[in-house]
Ligand binder design. Sequence first.
Ligand SMILES: NC(=O)C1=CN([C@@H]2O[C@H](COP(=O)(O)OP(=O)(O)OC[C@H]3O[C@@H](n4cnc5c(N)ncnc54)[C@H](O)[C@@H]3O)[C@@H](O)[C@H]2O)[C@@H](O)CC1
Length: 489
Amino acid sequence: MEAVFLPEGVRALDQQLERAGLLELAMEEAGRAGADGVQSHFPMGRVLLLCGSGANGGDGLVAARHLYALGREVVVLAQPSKHPLTRSNRRRLRAIGGTVSPLTLPALGRELARADVVVDGLLGTGFVPPLRPALAELVTALNAAGRPVVALDLPSGLNAALAEVEGEPVRAQVTVTFSGPKPALLYGPAAHWAGKVEVAPLRVPQEWRLTHAAATRPVAAEVAALLPVRPADAHKGTAGRVWVVGGSEGMVGAPLLSGLAALRTGAGLVTLYSEAELPQKIPELMIQTRPDLAATFADWPQKQRPDALCLGMGLGPRAPKLARLLLPWNIGTVLDADALQPELAGLGHAECIWTPHPAEAARLLGVGTPDITRDPLAAAQALQRKFGGVVVLKGGPSTIATPEGLLVSRGGHAGMATAGMGDTLSGILAALLAGGLPAPQAALVGVTLHARAGEWAGRQHGYGLIASDVSAELGRAWQSLRDDLSLKE
Ligand SMILES: NC(=O)C1=CN([C@@H]2O[C@H](COP(=O)(O)OP(=O)(O)OC[C@H]3O[C@@H](n4cnc5c(N)ncnc54)[C@H](O)[C@@H]3O)[C@@H](O)[C@H]2O)[C@@H](O)CC1
């Protein structure tokens, strides 16, 4: 499980490391990991290391020492520093024959012309925006030179906590990040500046990392371990009964996509309830048309309720009324699309999952969409607190907020940016709830299966993949996730 850090978490972890006398070791490991990153991606040529005044600069000086010891041609330009570890690493580099020159614009210009790769150790999590003009000038010159850059921890000028970009940060080809990724490395547009992100967890106890993390990012095997296993004597009645409640005049496709996804995720029986006439395109799907769904459900016998339902896809303005009626059933419930309305605040129970995309999340919180996308972790947490249950804030990656904390998903494909993808996810989630997974686990497994099926579909269809392609790949996604678990075992 990877820990996702905000700057305050890094500071708290550093303090714990310092109390344990391990901070120097952590910087040594960070710098070593940075040097390894340079060696594996850019094994030839002259390395220019740019070192700032804080601990990020110290990491750069450690990296310089390791690269120098390996026989690489190394040039270090550094700002003056009062940081004790940064200063001691400058001395160590000098002790083995390395040189450190002052970082000025003319010196940078000269060295960039001769460098084959640049290491950015100017600013890490201690950066407080905006970038001061003198450093901003250096960053502009660095980017203009077009040399490949390996950033230490994160590209200088990115605010570690946020997905937004202010001013011009360093454009990196590779970022070696320490302890765990920062939100700026996971969410665009900030993440677009980081290139390939490699995580160096450092030899810090996992428990310490998790204590100071803002969120976690489970690896595939951890998700796979949650996949339900069905007994051989299962039958359609035990494999989970799902209701899809959605569709209206002119909006007939969305609930069909949810129903298809629920079937492909393994639900035993899927019934689609709609007030609109829906085309019977999927024979395995039972379609029930009712003129007034609220009246239909009002005195529905408890014994005939499904195991889980998903609600809202193409449903139109009647969705909140139906949500108010169905939430008290206290069964696994996915609320999507038209069911994502502010008036339902506080009505979420432990087994319900809200699945907004950023624009829906903005509507739910009464803010603008940029307020959601600049800080998805904070937005997901605010939604969970306001609505209860579990929240899946959709995106690449998706953010899952549970009462226990925040999770960031992995995987996906850019071709998934197409209509119907959310309907597919809600069907997947409902099937997993119906299969007995608690809502937090269903959210994590569902988002992962959806992303992985998207990857498989993307291999075949590229950016032209459509939502039903994702459903068609759910079986393969499930199997490949299980394979990840057996690889680990
Ligand atoms: N626990 C971890 O993950 C570890 C982190 N380490 C490193 O420690 C870094 C954090 O170190 P620090 O807290 O010393 O901070 P940084 O080294 O990221 O930056 C601090 C320096 O940047 C300057 N600065 C801040 N805002 C600026 C602005 N707007 N314009 C120009 N200059 C500005 C400050 O004056 C200060 O000198 C991490 O990013 C990482 O590289 C490692 O050394 C050890 C372990």
